[in-house]
Design a protein around this ligand. Sequence first.
Ligand code: ATR
Length: 266
Amino acid sequence: MYINLGLIGHPLSHTFSPVIHNYFIYKTGICGGYTCYNVSQENLPDLVEYFKKYDFKGINVTVPYKTEIMKYCDKLEFSSEEAGAVNTLLFDNGKITGYNTDIFGFKKMLESSNITTKGKRVLLLGAGGASRAVIPFVRESKPDRFVICNRTKSKAEEISIQYGNGAEICSFDEIVNEEYDIVINSTSIGLKGEPFLDLKIKCKEAAVDMIYRPYETSFLSCFSGVKKVNGLSMLVWQAAGSFKIWTGVNVEPEMSYFENIVYGSK
Ligand code: ATR
């Protein structure tokens, strides 16, 4: 039986997901394929019907459709409700269940770097789409302090109330000279290689970025003397989470394989 998998989003030209999933397909010996659909908002309903008609098993969802796609789901699994976003669709007999494996990806990223947020002072920068993977995890991990900082404070407030169980909120001016154990970047600053903001905060233990290119992102280059983690392992682990949902197979990704592809010999 051939398993049809894919990705929807817009734009998709820089996606690394096909490399990850095709490697999983190769490694597990499963018969299938992973295709990218760069779809406009107006063509989204037709594309979802197409997936049903042609027996697709699973679809990943990326920017800008992670919230929009929820209305096409017949059922939402707990993780997607926790995040208010869906990155994985499972098709079963014409019915769609929405999952969120970004939270799992974030959790595995921290675990694989031996970083724990329990009992720590955690600062999250950004309150956009990417922050939705971080907030449920940190909230549940019982940090000593959890602060969400965003340029537009009202967005931080909204997301804190909805998903953050009332995490503290602030603007960038308000964190100057503050001290945190773990600082996480979920803003889009650095995606195009631009420098990060001048943060003027003290980070004691770890800086974690959801951006993964270049190896030392502009956010990570703001710090020294702390553990630094870029977002590649989160991307790979969220893919492993989706692959498990679609195929039932657990893959243990070899991170060095993906690091070699993205960064070469560094
Ligand atoms: P979304 O993921 O919701 O589409 P985005 O526009 O990609 O949003 O931005 C993601 C995050 O990066 C947001 O938290 C955004 O801050 P605002 O909510 O104030 O827009 C943040 N961000 C992007 N560019 C920024 C910049 N130059 N300075 C500060 N924050 C920035």
